[in-house]
Write a protein that binds this ligand. Structure first.
Ligand SMILES: Nc1nc2c(c(=O)[nH]1)N[C@H]1C(S)=C(S)[C@@H](COP(=O)(O)O)O[C@H]1N2
Ligand SMILES: [Mo]
Length: 420
């Protein structure tokens, strides 16, 4: 198998370190606004910050100097409070290690699996993201009329929008309790500094159709209405540090929300305001986008919250086929939106038989776990490798039902390997 830490004369650690960085997309001024993480190439559990994926729905705001920063907690509380970053850092801290995954990660595999089940030959989107190069800014290209939405879907995969991070800050419950949350509280509305008019092409691209109306809210701030129970969860935090450093601007500095287990869109960056509400607020990114339903006109659409259960084979990959006879490690990552991963099973015969993989142990409920399985590929043939996971609640993947925006994909994606 190709050794990914070695490249030409390159050996990890000498003459300099080979670093995998993200593949980024930039705005017109050359600022990075989007990035996919080369997590297939990485080891360990924590994705380095310069390899962490980046998504922003609206325009990236101008940075706020930490010394000028304050945010307010108001609404259904006894005492509204304004905090500076220094005030926050006086409170008891909390660090969580957790997977951040965009709701749209791996979205094209919904169609891939459907076509594969029907015997179709739709090509699988390569998951490989090298450490170099640039992502295509498809939103600009669509806006300029250079490509249409179908072309955008074919051109730009949505894989690699997931990373594992360490987040340091304080518990959200700590600041809420200090303000004194009233019994009437149902949700907190967390608003970011960033403003913009939501781009309907994101919703249309996700749905794969444009024959429906989306409410145009005009120019808004990014916001989410987090249910009070999840806001009070001891692992939901307001973070000012990421992977051992102060938060970088693109990841939401000075302070962002971290909502372990729930999709990335809940992790509001650039926090400006927290309002405790006695009803669920009508946030665009909760009622129009990131909603599940059978179709755009489904009357029972629901906001999407926790991620399902997911297992990804990071090696070997389709593009490494064919391989000579031998013994190979089948390795990967597994995570769940509702707690600890308990079990990963591997099949080398397309799901006929399953064997337990070894999963690495650690104490972080919401962080992915690494797993491995020694595969004895001593006979030539076509092999279909699969992995499936089960979490501590007995949820076995796939958990998430097909939804018209194709969010929260957690299906089992086969890897096809020819042994010669
Ligand atoms: N204020 C604000 N927060 C936001 C967003 C945004 O557009 N504005 N995007 C969300 C989405 S969709 C994702 S997937 C995550 C990505 O976090 P990251 O860029 O730090 O990886 O941020 C979330 N928080
Ligand atoms: Mo996202």
């Amino acid at each position: 198998m190709p050794r990914r830490e070695i490249q030409g004369d390159w050996v990890m650690g000498w003459p300099d370190r080979k670093r995998f960085r993200f593949v980024s997309g930039k705005d017109q001024e050359g600022r990075i606004i989007h990035a996919r993480s080369p997590y297939f190439e990485l080891e360990g559990l924590i994705t380095p910050t310069d390899a962490y994926y980046i998504v922003a729905q609206l325009e990236v705001p101008d940075p706020v100097h930490p010394e000028d920063y304050t945010f307010e907690i108001s609404g259904e509380v006894e005492t509204p409070v304004t905090y500076s970053l220094d005030d926050l850092r006086l409170l008891p801290g909390h660090t969580v290690r957790a997977v951040t995954e965009c709701a749209g990660d791996d979205t094209e595999f919904w169609d891939y699996l459907e076509s594969r089940a029907k015997g179709g030959n739709m090509p699988k989107t390569s998951r490989q993201v090298s450490g170099e190069g640039e992502d295509i800014n498809w939103r600009d290209m669509v806006a300029r009329g250079e490509i249409d939405l179908d072309e955008a879907r074919a051109l730009v995969p949505s894989t690699c929008l997931v990373s594992g991070g360490e987040w340091t800050g304080i518990r959200l419950s700590e600041v809420l309790n200090r303000a004194g949350v009233k019994d009437s509280a149902v949700a907190i509305r967390v608003e970011g500094f960033d403003r913009g008019r939501p781009d309907p092409s994101l919703v249309y691209r996700a749905a794969g159709r444009e024959d429906f109306e989306i409410v145009d809210p005009g120019v808004i701030n990014y916001d989410k209405g987090l249910p009070i129970e999840k806001a009070m969860d001891p692992d939901t935090i307001l973070a000012w540090a990421h992977n051992g450093e102060y938060l970088t601007h693109i990841h939401g500095a000075p302070v962002r929300m971290v909502v372990p287990g729930w999709a990335g869109n809940w992790w509001v960056k650039w926090i400006h305001k927290i309002e405790v509400m006695d009803h669920m607020p009508d946030c665009y990114h909760q009622t129009q986008y990131f909603v599940s339903g059978k179709s755009p006109d489904d009357p029972d659409k629901e906001m999407m919250t926790a991620l399902g259960v997911k297992t990804v084979i990071t090696e070997p990959r389709d593009e490494e086929s064919p391989l000579p006879k031998g013994r190979y490690p089948v390795r990967g990552l597994a995570w769940s939106g509702e707690g600890r991963m308990e079990r990963v099973e591997v099949s080398t015969d397309g799901g006929e038989t399953w064997n337990d993989a070894h999963i690495e142990d650690h104490g972080d409920r919401y962080l992915w776990r690494r797993w491995s399985y020694p595969w004895d590929a001593s006979e030539a043939g076509h092999y279909v490798l699969m992995a499936r996971g089960t979490d501590e609640n007995g949820r076995q993947q796939p958990v998430t039902e097909w939804n018209y925006q194709r969010k929260h994909f957690d299906g089992i994606v086969p890897v096809d390997i020819e042994i010669e």
